[in-house]
Ligand binder design. Structure first.
Ligand SMILES: [Zn+2]
Ligand SMILES: [Zn+2]
Ligand SMILES: [Zn+2]
Ligand SMILES: [Zn+2]
Length: 156
């Protein structure tokens, strides 16, 4: 019986054929890695992140931390994040849409669900859950200003 050698299975990470590759987020062509979650080319810049700087300047970090794709993979959900009901119920609709459509995504959520804007229970101002500061009390949201006023005891 002839023995057959099994080939394949292992993927070579070629270093020489990087022509045409660029980070799917910012377009840089140097120092790229493939994301674990979706296999896209992205800047290998995680190491350059300065601790406590809070700057959103790392493509790979941004994709992993601020998108449904990264979250879905990190939490070990199955299937595509676009169809994932766990992801959908894990966030406020507004944040779900933000994480699915922000600039850190390679593929944006098609037909994102519509949502009512979140309004401050104190002054009625619209609060962007993705970008504004706010506090939550039960089902009430308080904008930054009302939160600090409450803290100072000016509002009950
Ligand atoms: Zn990049
Ligand atoms: Zn991804
Ligand atoms: Zn998921
Ligand atoms: Zn307010």
């Amino acid at each position: 019986m002839a023995k057959r050698k099994k080939t394949g299975g292992r993927q070579h990470k070629g270093r020489g054929d990087s022509a045409g590759r660029r980070c799917g987020l910012c377009g840089k062509t140097r120092k790229l890695v493939q994301t674990e979650c979706c296999g896209q080319w992205i800047c290998d810049d995680e190491g350059e992140y300065v601790l406590f700087s809070y700057v959103h300047n790392s493509c790979s970090r941004n994709h992993r931390r601020y998108t449904l794709c990264g979250y879905h993979d990190a939490e070990g959900h199955s299937g595509a994040w676009q169809d994932c009901s766990i992801c959908r119920s894990a966030f406020e609709k507004e944040l779900y849409v933000y994480y699915g459509t922000n600039e850190y995504n390679f593929t944006k959520l098609e037909n994102p669900p519509s949502y009512e804007p979140t309004k401050c229970s104190g002054c009625g101002a619209v609060i962007s859950l993705a970008e504004d500061g706010y506090s939550i009390q039960g089902s009430h949201y308080w904008c930054e200003r009302c939160s600090s006023e409450k803290l100072r005891g000016l509002r009950k």
